[in-house]
Design a protein around this ligand. Structure first.
Ligand SMILES: [Zn+2]
Length: 399
């Protein structure tokens, strides 16, 4: 079994220092993005673009029971053979290597069908197999589907590292009918992940040394995507959550699914990430948090911290209010983080300062500034959630 050398985009896009050349603008994207109610039934037809004959389908047992028959019917109609691989639930190296060994030399494409962890595991497996990959997100809970990066975790759920890939997905197929049938909390978690995109991209833009996921400069395209992503959430977020409660695919849901998946995905990858994701990744190392909360819920708190760090307290309050309205954590207490626990808060400080993309902030970040931001987020968030009420948050957490 051959495992390729890790891919480092900096070796491709960062000019050698001696050349004195400027860092170029680079935009990264999948080859095709397809979104609509019922599109899963046409996946075989879309695969004509990729020219495959035998695919692996990485999917959980639950996903296989619900989506498996439709996938198989569509693949069979195009004479594409399929083998199912059971996704165990964590994007760990152990999981990735298990499937690499099982599939080595047997397939010419990998289709990952599931949530963010399955999608990221699929990319890492396909990279090792040297085959194109197709992403079928069944949740709009994160912005992993469109990117050429995976976030790896230890089997415990604690953040480990990021893997970069030279290829983006050959196809991303989002069936909004499937997304609408998932619990509401997944869609709102996706809004938490997506809301960070515009603020992180702004930080990266304002810093002349800020870089995106291939260590290059952002483009106008990624900037525009980040901005419309945030506007779409503010405008349609509450209505989209209501649509999912009614299991209804309507215009607000379609808009928010695109914001959470395409706009946020391209926006973060080509626009750059910053402190919001540094806080979120550090939260995975706090006891009890990764088991109880989704990535996007941790990013929500991270976004508030980043805004407070930038001393944009009106914007912190605006975003905190939006989170309270849709049921995302609006303050640390709603993420089970006790701000009076010094050890926990210092862990958040250290982890954020260690996060490489904290350097994308347009100013130097230090521990004192982070501690100040934590206090602001807590004060603003508690006051906003008293005003808005906790009913949306409770409905999602208790549901
Ligand atoms: Zn994210």
């Amino acid at each position: 079994m051959h495992t390729p050398e890790p891919y480092d985009p900096a070796t491709i896009f960062v000019p050698p220092a001696a050349d004195g050349a400027v860092t170029p603008r680079v935009f990264i994207s999948p080859q095709r993005y397809v979104q609509g109610s019922g599109v899963l039934d046409y996946i075989g037809r879309y695969l004509r673009l990729v020219k495959v004959s035998r695919v692996a389908i990485l999917i959980s047992d639950r996903g296989r029971a619900s989506e498996g028959p439709r996938l198989l019917a569509s693949l069979e109609s195009e004479n594409i053979e399929a083998v199912f691989c059971r996704f165990g639930g964590e994007t760990s190296l152990e999981e990735v290597e298990l499937h690499q060994a099982e599939l080595d030399g047997r397939v010419d494409c990998l289709i990952a069908v599931g949530g963010g962890k399955c999608v990221d595991a699929g990319k890492s497996i396909a990279f090792r197999l040297g085959v194109p990959f197709v992403i079928v997100p069944t949740l709009a809970s994160n912005d992993a589907p469109c990117s050429a990066v995976s976030v790896l975790y230890f089997p415990s759920g604690v953040y480990s590292h990021i893997e970069f890939f030279p290829q983006s997905p050959a196809l991303v197929v989002v069936d909004t009918g499937i997304v609408a049938a998932a619990p509401e909390r997944y869609l709102t978690a996706g809004m938490g992940d997506a809301m960070a995109t515009w603020y992180e991209a702004q930080a990266c833009l304002r810093n002349p040394n800020g870089v995106n996921a291939c260590f290059a400069r952002p483009t106008l395209a990624s900037t525009a995507m980040g901005e419309i992503c945030a506007h779409t959430l503010f405008e349609h977020g509450v209505a989209a959550a209501a649509a999912v409660r009614d299991r209804n695919v309507d215009a607000p849901l379609d808009a928010v699914v695109e914001a959470n998946t395409l706009l946020s995905g391209l926006g973060f990858e080509s626009g750059g990430v910053a402190v919001a994701h540094g806080i979120a990744q550090t939260c995975t190392s706090l006891p009890g948090i990764p088991e109880r909360y989704h990535h996007g819920e941790m990013v929500a708190i991270g976004t508030l911290v980043q805004l407070a760090l930038e001393e944009r307290l009106d914007e912190t309050a605006k975003v905190s209010r939006f989170f309270a309205e849709v049921g995302l954590p609006a303050h640390f207490g709603q993420l089970s983080v006790d701000t009076n626990d010094t050890a926990t808060m210092e862990r958040l400080v250290e982890g954020t300062l260690d996060w490489p993309f904290t350097a994308n902030m347009p100013f130097d970040v230090d521990a004192r500034m982070l501690r100040r931001a934590f206090v602001d987020v807590q004060e603003i968030g508690v006051s906003v959630s008293q005003e808005v009420g906790e009913s949306a948050y409770r409905r999602l957490q208790d549901g």
